[in-house]
Each structure stands twice: as structure tokens, then as C-alpha cells.
Design a protein around this ligand. Structure first.
Ligand SMILES: [Zn+2]
Ligand SMILES: [Zn+2]
Length: 251
């Protein structure tokens, strides 16, 4: 599979990147993690003859603002959209007039909106486990079993037990790094992580590799600040990759 970090900014777009979106391509299907403005970059990359699954971590705008470009993407097959438990109504309130077109008009007929509780009764072509994360609004992390590999997506969250559970033994952990080094006080209550906390999580869970994403646009104002922060954390966990827009990881 090919994993591409198409949008690696938290909060807002700036010259360093676009808001959150990660693409996972396999031979038979596509998974999109979050729908910040980075989602527009999926268009030339997706094989539209394959089904696509769009998994949303939460409804914060840096993860959903790109939903109003769904009609630009022109999916050919029905799309499956997954939101955290209880968030279907919030999705439908956001993706509708007068803000944008109704979501059902932007995707092919037969597309479905599920929440994480519906997943128990749905057959997907990959394994999926979801757990709530530590963030001010309902937020879920995803652990995906794809082609014999495990990919975990943790955004947005502070360090928490469920993040550890989801990341345990994963081949790749895509972890949010919203905060600058040294700014998270009391990691068990924080809404975001910082590079060293991410690296410690990777060590604790025995992860194979970790890519940092969701660099807070207000905190990481230059690319150098991302690189420097991740370089320091790499002394804790060497297989730590600094996420930048359009970075490809082959698993
Ligand atoms: Zn965010
Ligand atoms: Zn958030």
C-alpha cells in the first residue's frame, strides 16, 4: 500500500501545508483519513474504479473543511463515509446549504454515512478498530488492518490509554503533533501531543514506524520548526518521520 500525507497542518492552511488529509491506496480500494483541504489532492491519485472509504476522526474544521470539495473529486462509485459515534447529525448539518451543496448531491447515489457504532454490522475490505480519543469534542482513532499490515491513525488527541491500545504493535502510526516541544503540561489531560510525547508513545507501543502530522499552524510557523522538533524526538524513537504535504510511505 502507499500512504500519502496530503495535508499535514492542524488548524489552518499556510505556506507550510494544507489541513488534514492522509490517503491510503491499495490495489483494490482507497481509504482517506480526514477531509481538510488536503483532500483536494486526492483527485489525481485515486483509482476511481475502486471503492473509497472516507474515515473522519472528528468534526473540527481542519478535518472537515474540504468536504465542500466532494463534488470536485467526482467519485464514480458509492462512497462510504464514517464519522465518530453520534456525529452523523453534525456531519449533515455541516455539509448542506447554505454552506455548500447537500452531501448526497456531491457523491454517487448509494453512498452511505455511517458512524463508528454502525461498523459492527458492516462488511469492509479491511479490518477496523476504533476507540474514542482525548480531545474536547467526540473524536475517534482508527486502527486499520490492511494487506497484512496495521496502520493506526491518531488525530486529534492527547496521550491517552486508547491511543496506546490502538497503536500497540502497529506497523505505522500516523500521529498528531499539534503542540510545540515543551508546551504540553500534564499530557494525560492535554488535547494534543508534542514530538517527544509522540516518540514515547511509539516506543511504548512497539510501533514499527511513526509519521508525525497535524503540525499546529499557529505554533509551527516554519518548516524548520517541524524538522527541528522531530529531529530532537528521533533520539527517543529513531523511526520517526516528519510529515510534510505529499510525502509517500510505502508499506
Ligand atoms: Zn485538528
Ligand atoms: Zn481537533
Amino acid at each position: 500500500m502507499i500512504i500519502t500525507t496530503l495535508g499535514t497542518n492542524g488548524w489552518f492552511d499556510n505556506e507550510n501545508g494544507q489541513t488534514m488529509c492522509t490517503l491510503i491506496r491499495t490495489k483494490n480500494y482507497t481509504v482517506i483519513l480526514d477531509a481538510g483541504y488536503g483532500i483536494r489532492r486526492t483527485k489525481p491519485l485515486i483509482d476511481f474504479s475502486n471503492p473509497t472509504y472516507l474515515l473522519l476522526s472528528h468534526m473540527h474544521l481542519d478535518h472537515t473543511i474540504g468536504l465542500h470539495t466532494l463534488d470536485y473529486l467526482q467519485f464514480q462509485l458509492p462512497l462510504t463515509i464514517v464519522v465518530p459515534a453520534g456525529q452523523k447529525q453534525a456531519f449533515e448539518e455541516l455539509v448542506r446549504p447554505p454552506y455548500t451543496n447537500p452531501w448526497t448531491k456531491m457523491v454517487p447515489e448509494g453512498s452511505q454515512l455511517l458512524d463508528t457504532e454502525d461498523l459492527a454490522s458492516v462488511v469492509l475490505p479491511f479490518g477496523i478498530t476504533t476507540l474514542p480519543l482525548q480531545h474536547p469534542v467526540p473524536t475517534h482513532g482508527y486502527r486499520l488492518e490492511i494487506e497484512g499490515k496495521t496502520v493506526t491513525y491518531l488525530s486529534d488527541t492527547g496521550y491517552c490509554e486508547n491511543a496506546v491500545t490502538l497503536a500497540s504493535g502497529a506497523d505505522l502510526v500516523i500521529a498528531e503533533c499539534g503542540a510545540l516541544p515543551g508546551t504540553v503540561k500534564g499530557k494525560e489531560n492535554a488535547p494534543h501531543m508534542e514530538p517527544e510525547i509522540c516518540a514515547q508513545l511509539a516506543v511504548e507501543t512497539g510501533a514499527g514506524q511513526m509519521v508525525l502530522t497535524h503540525f499546529g499552524a499557529g505554533a509551527y510557523t516554519t518548516m524548520e520548526s517541524r524538522m527541528k522538533a522531530a529531529a530532537a524526538a528521533r533520539s527517543i524513537f529513531p523511526n520517526l518521520v516528519t510529515g510534510v504535504d505529499n510525502l509517500e510511505i510505502v508499506l
